[in-house]
Design a binder for this molecule. Sequence first.
Ligand SMILES: Nc1nc2c(ncn2[C@@H]2O[C@H](COP(=O)(O)OP(=O)(O)O)[C@@H](O)[C@H]2O)c(=O)[nH]1
Ligand SMILES: [Mg+2]
Ligand SMILES: [Zn+2]
Length: 303
Amino acid sequence: MDQKTGIIIKGINNIYTVLADNNEILCRIKGKVLKENEKTYNPLAPGDKVIITSQGASDGLIIDRVLRKNAFIRWNMKKNLPQVLAANIDQVICIVTPDNPPFRPRFIDRVIVCAGNIPTVIIMNKIDIPISEEHNRRFRHYQELGFTIFTVSAQTGEGVEALKSYFKGKSVVVVGQSGVGKSTLINKLLPFEDQRTGGISSKYNRGRHTTNFAVMLSHDDITLIDTPGVRELQVSLMDLHELGGYFPEISIRQNACSFQPCLHRNEPDCAVINAVSDGEILQDRYESYLRILDSIEERFGVY
Ligand SMILES: Nc1nc2c(ncn2[C@@H]2O[C@H](COP(=O)(O)OP(=O)(O)O)[C@@H](O)[C@H]2O)c(=O)[nH]1
Ligand SMILES: [Mg+2]
Ligand SMILES: [Zn+2]
């Protein structure tokens, strides 16, 4: 049998669409491979490289997964397991809106944690609708923290060209609450008439339907993974002490805390708590940090 390497485009009900040699091949996972030694919600996600054996032109079996470079992982509350939304990516795009749905900066903070070592870019979509001064300041603050931010309107097209050039040559996963415009923006970045995954045009809804599985699309050297909108994004991080590393303003101060390691909650002479009191760290970012700490503890029933 013919053995080859392919890339997962999507998986629905244990049937995976694998792009190999410019062909879309529908595959199942062979027997119990990939299932045994892993405690995850899904063994494979878009972006995963896999080894398949093809049976004819359009059917195949997945026999192995190539080691991942990285992954965007959230905690699946229903199954109480980590869930990989995308693998082997260069950038995470977190989309937010001024309103409809409401701007929720704490969602961004969780996305940054789920992204692990993958850089997160924050995009404010729907700039055709007004934004409050307070929300705008909170959004701009991410730039001061060192994150790349963009403002666009998928509807009017404003700012879309800048995104196209920024993401050229990159493989990107798009995350955000339901309704922020992920599918609409992706359709703007990858023109529908021409939408392709590898060499194959793939049918893709234009945002009319709810996306309920992650899917990879590419065109013109941009690869985008659209993800289902989640209402609650829970981080999959296990180690409480790693969390501070995902907040740049906490990360740069941690070494100065008297107590080591410090969780910056109520430890004496804590450099982070002091910086919050002095107004050097935004109160809301600090509270966001504390909430995530709590959510990790609750999950594992610590203390
Ligand atoms: N005003 C405005 N509406 C937008 C914009 N982008 C998307 N929408 C609308 O927001 C709604 C949700 O968009 P959709 O792409 O399905 O969001 P998703 O759930 O994140 O994929 C749709 O009614 C879109 O037409 C925008 O830039 N401005
Ligand atoms: Mg969508
Ligand atoms: Zn501290």
